[in-house]
Design a protein around this ligand. Structure first.
Ligand code: CMP
Length: 526
């Protein structure tokens, strides 16, 4: 009994206290650490707050200090002589090592995150942070070895040339990355957070350290590029203006379309993408003549924060619709074999359009020759959901029939609710066509929409052939005007000086007949 107790006292007790104490203290440390993080989060501390960084930096050394002290206390609680001397010395060294690390990390965070970043707004690249830490800790370790432990460090410093060569060869890549990293950071071509293109990789720089630079792509893929590779490749930094980034989009288009026409179409498509900045404005460059197409490059800017992929996706889509509407083709090196005679295709198209015209209320009554006349002169335009078809205040005289899809009509802000929603078989654009005034509303496609467009010239021929149409159009116009006035809650007096447009201040019938007069004069109808 005596022997067992002595053994417990001298050995097991020592080891248990040496092992259990750290576990207890480390658990306690973890609880305190998590609690501090929660307190910081509750106080609104963000990722870059100094206190958060400090807490993160000292967490590991803190655990080490606590653990090492616990072991040391455990050893000292044991009966004298039960723990070998070298373990006691080891535990002392561990405590010193942990304390130095704790102090070092706290000082580094103070210098880098508080003094340089917060006070002087200077960002220290992580490669330099790591290098300075390694050098300071290395120097400290060497001086500790030589002065306190009286270890002769001369052989360490003067390793033989052969060893240096072998190590040099073995670490060729590592050292290459290190030195490339240093050169990249001395004159940095990018900052953390910038969007860059390196070879085939495009992404936001999330980290750059002594070995590699990490990019996160728009669809959240992570690329880790060794500094050696980065130093050899061309880097394109897309974040030249703070808060904005640009992108290029190249497209080969038909020789048939003039550069001026292409520029208008491509810039028009950019204008349909809300995320693309108006200033700096998008630009179109002609890049060269290829075998079967002319290459154009669009440079567009958008706010950092929008996904480059999403903006590009929208732009590509808008370009497709716009080019289709403008009759500009994207040629491919393929041979087209037309099996159907062109005549059949045309007849088929006219039949389809005739069917459409018979769906539209106010055209249904037209005699067949008039409908055929219209069918041969229509233009068809496709719009994507979200595209603006007509902008309030712009000039234009096209008249639109909705073949397929849906549109909304907005009097002021597109964010507000629409004054009307129009669908297949309905029409819009009659106001500017009939009065010659700017567009009264903005019309936006709500789904993929096919519009059939009648030019002013065609409409004027049609109205001359069929003057009754003017009655119908003017009464629709007067109705819509009345509805708009009610929606905007405008006093009728404001419209009184524009009787021709709205018939303001008079009843709907009178407004309609005033409009009719004006339309008759405008189109020189008898
Ligand atoms: P216009 O002014 O040429 O261009 C915008 C078009 O929106 C307008 O012609 C009308 O066709 C249409 N519009 C305006 N107000 C209304 C409304 N209240 N209901 C339906 N369509 C409207």
């Amino acid at each position: 009994m005596e022997t067992w107790f002595t053994l417990w006292k001298t050995s097991i007790h020592a080891w248990l206290s040496a092992a259990l104490m750290p576990v207890l203290i480390v658990t306690l440390g973890a609880v305190v650490w998590r609690w501090s993080l929660r307190v910081l989060a509750a106080r609104g501390a963000d990722e870059n707050s100094f206190w958060k960084k400090l807490l993160e930096a000292i967490a590991l050394p803190g655990y080490l200090v606590i653990g090492a002290t616990a072991i040391k206390v455990g050893f000292e609680m044991a009966a004298p002589g039960s723990i070998p001397q070298k373990w006691l010395v080891g535990s002392n060294l561990l405590v010193i090592f942990a304390l130095v690390l704790l102090l070092g990390e706290a000082l580094f965070t103070l210098a880098i995150d508080f003094y340089l970043r917060q006070r002087h707004a200077t960002e220290v690249p992580s490669i330099f942070q790591q290098l300075s830490k390694v050098s300071v800790y290395g120097l400290f370790a060497l001086s500790f070895l030589s002065t306190t432990l009286k270890v002769d460090i001369t052989p360490l410093l003067t390793t033989s040339a052969v060893v240096t060569m072998v190590v040099g060869f073995a670490l060729q890549d590592v050292l290459g990355n290190l030195f490339s990293g240093i050169s990249v950071h001395i004159s940095p071509p990018f900052r953390i957070g910038d969007w860059i293109k390196v070879g085939d990789f495009f992404g936001r720089v999330v980290e750059s350290n002594w070995r590699a630079t990490t990019l996160r792509s728009a669809d959240r893929d992570t690329f880790i590029l060794p500094n050696n590779d980065i130093a050899k490749k061309d880097i394109v930094n897309m974040s030249q203006r703070p808060g904005f980034l640009y992108n290029d989009f190249s497209i080969g288009l038909s020789y048939e379309a003039s550069p001026d026409q292409v520029r208008r179409s491509l810039l028009g498509a950019c204008g349909q993408v809300r995320e693309i900045c108006r200033s700096p404005a998008p630009r179109v460059y002609m890049e060269g003549f290829q075998d079967f197409s002319i290459t154009y490059r669009i440079r567009y800017w958008f706010k950092d924060g929008h996904s480059p992929l999403a903006v590009r996706d929208q732009l590509t889509s808008r370009i497709w619709y716009r080019l289709k509407r403008d009759g500009i083709t994207i040629p491919f090196p393929i041979r087209e074999v037309n099996i159907h005679p062109e005549k059949d295709q045309k007849a088929e198209m006219i039949d389809r359009r005739l069917a459409l015209l018979s769906e539209v209320d106010f055209l249904r009554e037209l005699e067949r020759p008039h409908r055929v006349f219209l069918a041969t002169r229509l233009k068809e335009y496709w719009y994507e959901a979200g595209e603006t078809i007509v902008q309030k205040g712009s000039t234009g005289t096209d008249f639109f029939l909705i073949d397929r899809g849906r549109v909304s009509v907005f009097l002021d802000d597109e964010a507000a609710s629409p004054v009307a929603e129009l669908a297949s078989g309905q029409f819009f654009g009659e106001m500017s066509l009939l009065t010659g005034e700017p567009r009264t509303a903005t019309v936006r496609a709500e789904a993929e929409t096919l519009l059939v467009v009648l030019s002013q010239e065609v409409m004027s021929t049609l109205l001359r052939e069929k003057p009754d149409l003017a009655n119908l159009l003017s009464s629709v116009l007067a109705d819509r005007n009345a509805k708009n006035r009610a929606a905007q809650d405008r006093p009728p007096a404001a419209e009184a000086d524009r009787p021709a447009r709205s018939g303001g201040g008079v009843d709907d019938e009178q407004a309609s007949s005033l409009l009719l007069d004006r339309i008759r004069r405008f189109f020189r109808l008898s």
